[in-house]
Design a protein around this ligand. Structure first.
Ligand SMILES: NC(=O)c1ccc[n+]([C@@H]2O[C@H](COP(=O)([O-])OP(=O)(O)OC[C@H]3O[C@@H](n4cnc5c(N)ncnc54)[C@H](OP(=O)(O)O)[C@@H]3O)[C@@H](O)[C@H]2O)c1
Length: 279
């Protein structure tokens, strides 16, 4: 019997959240124009996030550089704060203690919330000691402004160092590229996260759109009566620590992506998918 993937506990936070979340990184051109005050397709993007919330996708990923925090703020207006899991990120030039504090305050203002559920270091910065950043993160936890701490785009060694630098807590999550076609984390980071109870936010879960065009998914898609996107996302979400965060920018895609949860692919078919993708 294949496991069903709907709500899952997120790492050691103890929070039960949707096993498939919503990403709000659009593209560099969108970020550039948004920075100048022109957010193309704002209404459609907000509606997409609202649609996802309406069908139970409670995990939203954003970042201070995405320019999407104000959109998230609008989308969550009618929701009880405690029902949501909002994750944002601090950019790598803001990892000194005071810069980190200022970045978070700006993110909270843009998001219109008093705290975020997860605050992630977007990229490592070798010029800033990780102990300083993680110490500042723990201060923010004590102040109640963030509920948990994560890192993104850290190597295995950097992930271990970040975890070891935390004195009172543990890393809640890592955010890394992970999909059927991008399996680099399976050698070290994923087993480490499984062992330590660290959640894995899988970005580019659809290979940044490439998997939508990949016919290697067709046999499973046909067998389960699902789309290529749904097979790709279910394959990720069926792993205990992994939470895919496909981009949410169209209502129809969000609904389809929600339909990737709540059912399971049999182990035998997982094996076939693995072979089709070269493992
Ligand atoms: N930590 C990091 O450094 C980092 C880096 C990149 C991304 N991320 C996070 O990961 C999220 C996902 O990454 P991503 O958006 O670049 O890649 P992705 O989710 O793998 O792929 C996005 C592409 O797939 C399309 N798509 C989504 N659902 C679909 C469906 N059901 N059917 C067909 N096409 C579908 C999207 O089109 P539409 O837009 O038209 O729906 C878009 O073109 C981001 O939004 C962000 O939150 C994090």
């Amino acid at each position: 019997m294949a496991p069903s993937v709907d709500l899952k506990v997120f790492g050691r936070t103890g929070r039960k959240i949707s096993s498939i979340g919503m990403g709000t990184y659009y593209d560099p051109a969108w970020i550039a124009t948004a920075f100048l005050g022109w957010r193309r397709g704002t209404r459609t993007k907000i509606e997409a996030i609202k649609t996802g919330l309406g069908v139970g996708m409670t995990l939203i990923d954003t970042a201070e550089i995405y320019q999407s925090e104000p959109l998230v703020a609008k989308a969550i207006q009618d929701w009880k704060r405690e029902d949501l899991f909002i994750a944002t990120k601090v950019w790598s030039n803001h990892l000194r203690r005071d810069d980190l504090f200022r970045s978070l305050d700006r993110s909270l203002r843009r998001l219109g919330v008093r705290y975020v559920d997860l605050y992630q270091v977007h990229f490592p910065n070798p010029r800033v000691p990780i102990a300083e950043t993680m110490g500042a993160m723990e201060e923010l936890v004590s102040q109640g402004k963030i509920a948990s701490i994560g890192v993104s785009n850290f190597s295995f060694q950097q992930t271990q160092e970040a975890n070891a630098a935390l004195r009172k807590s543990q890393l809640a999550s890592v955010q890394v590229r992970y999909s059927l076609m991008d399996r680099a984390i399976e050698s070290a980071i994923l087993p480490y996260c499984d062992k330590e109870g660290i959640g894995v936010l899988a970005y580019y879960p659809l290979g940044h759109g490439k998997l939508i065009r990949d016919s290697r998914l067709d046999e499973s898609a046909k067998r389960y009566g699902k789309s290529r996107a749904q097979i790709s996302l279910n394959w990720l979400a069926s792993k205990p620590s992994v939470f895919p965060i496909p981009r949410a920018s169209s209502e129809s895609h969000v609904k389809e992506n929600r339909g990737a949860a709540g059912w399971g692919i049999d182990p035998e078919d997982i094996g076939k998918l693995d072979s089709a993708f070269g493992l």
